[in-house]
Design a protein around this ligand. Structure first.
Ligand code: SF4
Ligand code: SF4
Length: 293
């Protein structure tokens, strides 16, 4: 399967809840491609793509975030910075204001509002980025340090590493929180991985609403077909969203996954299924990019 330069796009794999199989779908799809692909593991609180995409660590860098440093000589204790800080990371009871670093989001607002320019740049380490190469897959994983307030700064750092020289897949965090929004932002397409259970459809409903609100076209993968009694294709008719692929509930998939293996590497049947899915997905992305319904 060789796609040309024009096909370079960013696809996010997301799901309304954890354990639905978005990493499984993203990585098996990446593996059946013959061209170079970048995979971003944006589930920075629990990254796991590297378990399946084994490869030597070729780069490791710390991720830092702005943190205010108050120059005591210039500060008069006016408290403007503390009043501005929505995160309540600064308290001003004197000179200098007291900072609670774990609560700081690094927005730099305090620096901007300080009338005396008493706040200068400092930085703290909030996590790290690890890069691995395995065959056609360039894997970039974000890892958040324990105790940090938000995964969003690391996700933003990861997304700045996307190159339009090749296709990129993003493994989003589970749920529909701000870290998922940060992962989906500016993507070309979202693959929503779902299952046919009442909870599964309820979470899918939220994710469909989110992708529509963000103006990003979406398609659905029914993972573990047979696990529930709901009818996903009927459910999707209401939203006009395509069902791109159905993956059966199969213990061979679980066995492979539990051993850190990709099912496409050991099963011709699933290799073929994921190739078909990749073709359907790419056609769908192209269609949407060209403005066709
Ligand atoms: S706004 Fe500036 S001068 Fe005022 S308390 Fe904060 S750091 Fe000090
Ligand atoms: S950078 Fe933003 S979050 Fe951090 S202390 Fe300043 S205003 Fe508060």
């Amino acid at each position: 399967m060789n796609k040309g330069e024009k096909d370079n796009f960013v696809v996010v794999f997301a799901s309304g809840k954890g354990g639905t199989g978005k990493t499984f779908v993203a990585l098996n799809t990446a593996k059946v491609l013959s061209q170079k692909i970048t995979v971003l593991d944006c589930d920075v609180e629990e990254p796991n793509c590297h378990i399946f995409i084994k490869g030597d660590l070729i780069e490791k860098t710390e991720t830092t975030l702005f943190i205010p440093f108050v120059n005591k000589e210039q500060c008069n204790g006016c408290g403007e910075c503390a009043r501005f800080c929505e995160k309540k990371a600064l308290i001003c009871w004197g000179v200098p204001p007291i900072l609670f670093p774990e609560m700081c989001s690094g927005c730099e607002g305090c620096k901007m509002v300080c009338p005396l320019n008493a706040i200068v740049d400092s930085e703290r380490v909030v996590g790290r980025i690890e890069i691995r190469q395995n065959g056609n897959i360039h894997l970039i994983s974000g890892i958040m340090n324990i105790g940090q307030e938000s995964p969003v700064p690391i996700i933003r750092t990861l997304k700045r590493m996307i190159s339009r020289d090749n296709i990129s897949f993003i493994d989003a965090p589970p749920g529909s929180s701000c870290s998922v929004v940060a992962s989906i932002l500016k993507a070309d397409y979202v693959v929503l991985v779902a299952e046919e259970t009442p909870f599964g459809l309820s979470d899918l409903n939220l994710m469909i609403a989110l992708s529509k609100k963000m103006g990003i076209p979406a398609g659905v993968v029914n993972n573990r077909k047979g696990i529930g009694r709901e009818n996903l294709s009927e459910f999707l008719k209401e939203f006009g969203i395509p069902l791109l692929c159905e993956i059966p509930y199969d213990k061979n998939i679980f066995n492979a996954y539990s051993k850190g293996e990709l099912i496409v590497d050991i099963s011709l049947k699933y290799n073929s299924l994921f190739r078909d899915f990749a073709l359907r997905l790419f056609n769908e992305v192209e269609k949407r990019k060209n403005g066709k319904r």
